[in-house]
Write a new protein. Structure first.
Length: 187
């Protein structure tokens, strides 16, 4: 298997159908845990170091074409960077795997996943029998962080993300603009 790369997925690449389209030769392996990191959302899924936290995800075998395809999907190396991490297959082994981490200049983005993108991640959680409660808790934590930053509204930004509209901007919107954003699902 030396021509294959072990890949740790934690977001939309958990979804079996999505991976089948993006990397048809990808082989799902099993659920795995990444310790001392946490799942977060910056419009799209990302992970960040967090002592004591755990990211629940899954391992895939990727051939070289699959790695190239996932690089394109993730916007690597311009938006996400490949990173080698040590993951734990509970009760079995610890092993190195490749994953993707958002580049620092994009980590300042404030947003949530769109309902469709979140449903894709949830489908992946179900496929690998990952605890859905952890996905819900992550979403709640990120929403609370945004509220603490003054975010009161979101606007659609493509099919994957809802980007934050800061409180000051939201407070100064005309009623017509506010209604338009509500109709677009940004409220």
């Amino acid at each position: 298997m030396t021509d294959k790369t072990l890949y740790f997925a934690y977001g939309s690449n958990l979804d079996l159908d999505g991976m089948d389209m993006r990397a048809p030769n990808a082989e799902p392996v099993c659920a795995a845990d990444l310790h001392d990191w946490q799942l977060t959302f910056r419009g799209v899924a990302d992970i960040e170091p967090a002592p004591g936290a755990i990211v629940r995800g899954a391992l895939w075998w990727l051939d070289p074409q699959g790695v190239e395809s996932i690089d394109r999907y993730e916007g690597a190396p311009n938006y996400y960077a490949r990173q080698t991490v040590v993951v734990d297959v509970p009760g079995v082994l610890k092993t190195e795997a490749m994953t993707y981490v958002m580049l620092p200049n994009f980590q300042l983005e404030v947003g949530l996943p769109s309902p469709g993108y979140l449903a894709t991640i949830a489908a992946g959680f179900r496929a690998f029998d990952l605890p859905m409660e952890e996905l819900k808790q992550t979403l709640f934590r990120v929403e609370q962080e945004h509220k603490d930053q003054g975010v009161r509204m979101y606007r659609a930004d493509g099919p994957k993300r809802m980007m934050a509209v800061q409180k000051v901007l939201a407070d100064n919107m005309s009623p017509a603009t506010r209604r338009l954003m509500e109709l677009e699902g940004a409220a």
